[in-house]
Design a protein around this ligand. Structure first.
Ligand code: NAD
Ligand code: GLY
Length: 364
């Protein structure tokens, strides 16, 4: 069937050959927000659309999305939670599930995630478990959500013991990126997204690494497209994160520990930036990557106003990092740079992670 929205934007298509055997489109184009209804209608026959958003994003873009969905014939419902990581909880999950049930949402209706990674993860998890799974659409509004969290189907909420401890793999039916919304993003939040962009360039994308020497803000659509293409390849090869997809965790093993040690006052993007520096310094000291790799990384992170150090001790970071869910028995799959744009998975005994962190903090 001809795609009625084909003229709107060139789409990246994620095709999942594995168990879920399906595909979905990702649209990236300025001015798409008022066309959300049309785009969602082109893939979903739903009667009702339930928008989950946070108070900041909904105040800025809720009306545009609501009107667009209504014009395309959807009965629109809304649930708005406070902004920030503190909303990605089991309590808000239950609250939203109860709202879906109260408003008689069925499997042929849909959830719309309008917001950053917090909203995408929460809405996606609710869609995954409500009635054992209903369709959902990602409308990412932060750079981080556009380049990373809206694609690939990882959904989750945080538990008292740590981030993302309860979740599901549940792929969206559609992803709509309108870079116009980035105009209202606070500078620090934009920088958080830049950390994930730099991550892709350090994993395998040399063309992206070179491109980042000109400001991301001046070429944001291209950068989003390149990051999503990188992620698409990893997700298609390993939807459930058992192998190559784990490369996306570059900087995250230590990064998650930094977030937790700071009581989540250090943002995800900043923690990933510091985590990448720590693992790269350790790799350089162990002669895994050539000298100069660390300086090149730090220069790039600093150009995007990202932090490159923290005050936590190696022991404190180790304790949290080895309790991380990415642990595989007595081993941890660390993502280690072997050079710029050449990161690889290295299965190391959990005890050896302390040595990496000490070297990475400059303690060894
Ligand atoms: P976020 O969703 O909390 O958004 C950051 C802040 O920006 C919020 O205060 C929000 O209200 C505001 N905001 C969002 N869009 C805006 C806009 N266009 N204009 C003005 N303000 C806007 O955080 P985030 O950085 O987008 O996402 C972080 C979350 O994503 C974390 O919970 C992390 O665990 C998760 N994550 C998930 C994946 C995945 O694969 N599922 C990947 C990476 C990160
Ligand atoms: N953000 C990591 C992943 O999607 O696997």
């Amino acid at each position: 069937m001809k795609d009625p929205c084909a003229a709107l934007a060139p789409a990246i298509t994620v095709s999942l050959p594995s168990s879920s055997a399906r595909s979905y489109n990702i649209y990236i184009k300025n001015g798409l927000l008022p066309k959300v209804g049309e785009l969602v209608r082109s893939v979903l026959p739903s009667k009702k659309a339930y928008v989950l958003s946070d108070d900041t994003v909904f105040g800025l873009y809720g009306e545009t999305v609501r009107n667009s969905l209504a014009e395309s014939g959807f009965e629109v419902y809304e649930c708005v939670v406070p902004h920030g990581e503190a909303s990605k909880t089991a309590e808000n999950l239950i609250l939203f599930l109860n709202r879906l049930a109260h408003d008689r949402i069925t499997r042929s209706d849909c959830v719309i995630a309008l917001g950053g990674g917090v909203i995408g993860d929460l809405a996606g998890f609710a869609a995954a478990v409500y009635l054992r799974g209903i369709p959902f659409v990602q409308i990412p509004t932060t750079l981080l959500a556009m380049v990373d969290s809206s694609v690939g189907g990882k959904t989750a909420v945080d538990l008292d013991e740590g981030k993302n401890l309860a979740g599901a793999f549940w792929q969206p039916s559609l992803v709509i990126c309108d870079p116009d919304v980035l105009a209202t993003l606070p500078a620090d939040t934009f920088s958080d997204g830049c950390a994930e962009v730099i991550k892709y360039s350090m994993i395998s994308d040399r063309a992206l690494f070179d491109k980042l020497h000109s400001p991301i803000s001046s070429q944001v659509n291209d950068v989003i497209r390149m990051c999503i293409a990188d992620k698409q390849a990893l997700v298609e090869a390993d939807e459930t994160d058992k192998g190559v997809r784990q490369l996306l965790n570059l900087g995250h093993t230590v990064g998650h520990a930094i977030e937790a040690c700071s009581d989540y006052t250090i943002s995800h993007g900043s923690a990933v930036a510091i985590g990448m520096v720590i693992i790269t310094r350790a790799a350089e000291k162990k002669n895994i990557c050539p000298k100069g790799t660390l300086t090149a990384l730090i220069n790039l992170l600093e150009a995007y106003r990202l932090p490159t150090k923290c005050d936590f001790s190696a022991d404190a970071l180790f304790a949290v990092a080895t309790a991380d869910k990415k642990r595989d028995g007595d081993h941890i799959n660390l993502v280690v740079p072997y050079g710029i744009s050449d990161s690889r998975l290295l299965k190391v005994p959990a005890t050896e992670v302390l040595e990496f962190i000490k070297l990475g903090l400059g303690e060894g």
